[in-house]
Design a binder for this molecule. Structure first.
Ligand code: HEC
Length: 108
């Protein structure tokens, strides 16, 4: 009896912790697919792209970006900004949120 309760608790703990890991993975995968070409895998900016954009600062792994509200960052992702393409059609709202979380993790 006791061992069954223990196994049930372990299974529950695994089930509860799974979604967070999935969100991290989804954010990283979406960032690498849609953002890294310009902003760099590490968020420091792809220098060749920065040059192609006329010396634009493509670094997003910084406190200036991390200091923006979730809503603001999701709007930039969904609608684009200046010459940055919109990704709203490629990413679900949940994936946009996951990308925001991933960008914040790059700024740490
Ligand atoms: C084709 C290149 C390109 C891609 C792909 C791209 N961006 Fe950008 N991004 C830019 C440019 C250029 C700017 C500067 C826009 C401006 O201010 O004119 C920018 C700006 C930003 C900013 C605002 C920075 C600030 O200081 O205001 C954020 C945040 C950002 N991008 C995140 C993302 C994310 C997340 C993705 C992927 C979903 C992405 N970008 C994909 C080119 C790109």
């Amino acid at each position: 009896m006791r061992i069954h309760l223990y196994l049930a608790a372990v299974a529950l703990a695994a089930a509860l912790s799974a979604p967070a890991a999935d969100a991290d993975d989804a954010g990283k995968a979406a960032y690498e697919r849609l953002c890294a070409s310009c902003h760099g895998a590490d968020g420091k900016g792809n220098s060749a792209m920065a040059e192609a954009f006329g010396g634009a600062n493509l670094e997003i792994a910084n406190q200036q970006v991390a200091g923006k509200k979730d809503e603001e960052l999701k709007k930039i992702i969904a609608d684009g900004k200046g010459r940055m393409p919109a990704a709203g059609k490629s990413l679900s709202p949940a994936d946009q949120q996951a990308v925001v979380a991933y960008m914040r993790s790059l700024a740490q």
